[in-house]
Write a protein that binds this ligand. Structure first.
Ligand SMILES: [Mn+2]
Length: 372
C-alpha cells in the first residue's frame, strides 16, 4: 500500500499530463478503478505518470459518503485528483476507465486525447483518433479488469491493505455476489479476482461481507440521504444517456436510495419538480430526467422508475419515450402512476425486473432512438 499511496500522491502533485478518468457518476468502481489503473500504467512505464481522476468537482465529492470513508480509511484522501483540478490545456493523454464514451460536456475537449479504454459497459465508443489500447468486457466491475492486469503482471504489487482497498468496488457492484444477480451484476471473473484479493489478505481486517454491508449502508442509509436535500440527491449518483438524436437530446438518470413516496412526503412534489427544472435548465442538452430508486427491503431490493418532463419541453417525444419504457421487456414496469402537476409530466412505475439497472438504459435508449 505504501508504494501505491506514494506513487499516486506523487503523480497528483505534478501538473497532470496523463490521466485515468472515471465516469461522471463517480462511483466506487470509477474512483478505485481510476487509481488502480493509474498505478498499473505507472508500474508499466516510467514516462510522465498517470493520475487517477474522479470525474467531478472537488466540492461535489463529499456527497460520495462511501468513497470518502473508504479513501480516508486507507490514507488515500490526497492520492485522488478531481476533474476540476485538471488543466485540459496541459493534458497529453486520457485513459478512460469505467466508461467508453465521454460525457457530452467533455467530448470535444477530450476525444482527441483518448489513447486507452478499460471498461465494462456496452461499447458505444466513437472512433478515437489516437486510441492504442481498448478492453471492453461486460463483467461486473471495471476494477476487476484492472486487478486482473496487476495480478498477471505485478502480483507482488498488491499487499494485504491494497487488496482490501481494491476489493471494495467488486463487493459493492456485485451486492457481495448476490446469487440472483449473477451474470447481470457479477460474473465468475469478478468472483475469481475477489477470491485472489481475499487470499492476498483483503480479509485480514474484516470479511468482504462486512465490508460490503458497511459501504452499502453508507450509500443507502435513507436518513443520511434525506439530509443531503433533494437537489443533491438528483446529482449524487447521476448519469446521462445521449443516444436520442445522436447526442443532441439526452436523458439524465439519477439513482436514489430513497423510496419515491418517502421523497414526496419529505420534500413535496412541487419542490422536487422545481429541482428537476433547475437541473435540466443547467444541462441544456438534457430533455428529460429519470429517477431510478433502489432500496433494500429485508433481503430483497425494490426499484421504482420516475420519468420527468419539464413544462417547456416538447410533449410528443416524451410520450414516445414513456411508451418505450412502458413496453420495455427488460424493465417489466408495473403499477404505472401519473403524478403530473400543472405544467409538467411525471410518470412513475414499479420496476418488475429488479435485475435491470441503470446500465441497461443504454439498451433502452438505443431502442427508443430506433423507434423515432
Ligand atoms: Mn463500473
Amino acid at each position: 500500500m505504501e508504494a501505491f499511496r506514494a506513487a499516486l500522491t506523487h503523480a497528483k502533485a505534478l501538473a497532470p499530463l496523463r490521466i485515468c478518468l472515471g465516469n461522471v457518476s463517480v462511483d466506487m468502481d470509477s474512483v478505485v478503478g481510476s487509481m488502480a489503473l493509474a498505478y498499473y500504467y505507472n508500474l508499466r512505464s516510467k514516462e510522465a505518470p498517470f493520475v487517477g481522476v474522479a470525474n467531478c468537482t472537488q466540492t461535489f465529492f463529499p456527497l460520495k459518503l462511501d468513497i470518502n470513508s473508504h479513501l480516508a480509511e486507507h490514507g488515500l484522501a490526497d492520492a485522488l485528483a478531481f476533474w476540476s483540478q485538471v488543466d485540459p490545456a496541459k493534458l497529453q493523454e486520457v485513459a478512460l476507465i469505467d466508461h467508453n464514451r465521454l460525457d457530452n460536456s467533455q467530448e470535444v475537449l477530450l476525444a482527441p486525447l483518448v489513447t486507452r479504454i478499460v471498461d465494462h459497459h456496452v461499447d458505444t465508443s466513437p472512433l478515437y483518433p489516437r486510441l492504442q489500447e481498448k478492453q471492453v468486457e461486460l463483467i461486473g466491475s471495471a476494477t476487476t479488469l484492472v486487478v486482473e492486469k496487476l495480478l498477471a503482471e505485478y502480483p507482488s504489487a498488491i499487499d494485504a491493505e491494497l487488496a482490501h482497498f481494491l476489493q471494495a468496488p467488486i463487493v459493492l457492484d456485485s451486492y457481495y455476489f448476490e446469487p440472483s444477480l449473477k451474470e447481470s451484476k457479477w460474473t465468475d471473473r469478478d468472483l475469481a479476482v475477489y477470491k485472489r484479493l481475499e487470499e492476498l489478505g483483503g480479509q485480514a481486517k474484516e470479511s468482504g461481507k462486512v465490508q460490503f454491508e458497511r459501504l452499502f449502508n453508507a450509500i443507502t442509509d435513507v436518513e443520511l440521504n434525506l439530509k443531503l436535500g433533494f437537489p443533491s440527491l438528483l446529482v449524487k449518483d447521476f448519469k446521462t444517456y445521449f443516444l436520442i438524436k445522436e447526442g443532441s437530446l439526452g436523458v439524465g438518470v439519477g439513482t436514489i436510495h430513497v423510496p419515491l413516496q418517502t421523497m414526496m412526503d419529505t420534500f413535496g412534489l412541487p419542490e422536487m419538480q422545481n429541482a428537476m427544472d433547475v437541473l435540466l435548465a443547467e444541462r441544456k442538452t438534457l430533455a428529460f430526467y429519470c429517477i431510478l430508486t433502489n432500496c433494500r427491503v429485508g433481503d430483497t431490493y425494490r426499484k421504482e422508475l420516475l420519468a420527468y418532463r419539464p413544462a417547456l419541453h416538447d410533449g410528443d417525444s416524451f410520450e414516445a419515450f414513456v411508451a418505450c419504457l412502458d413496453g420495455h421487456p427488460g424493465f417489466n414496469l408495473t403499477n404505472r402512476r401519473d403524478l403530473s402537476t400543472p405544467g409538467s409530466r411525471i410518470v412513475a412505475w414499479e420496476v418488475g425486473n429488479t435485475r435491470y439497472s441503470r446500465k441497461d438504459f443504454e439498451k433502452v435508449m438505443t431502442e427508443f432512438y430506433h423507434r423515432m
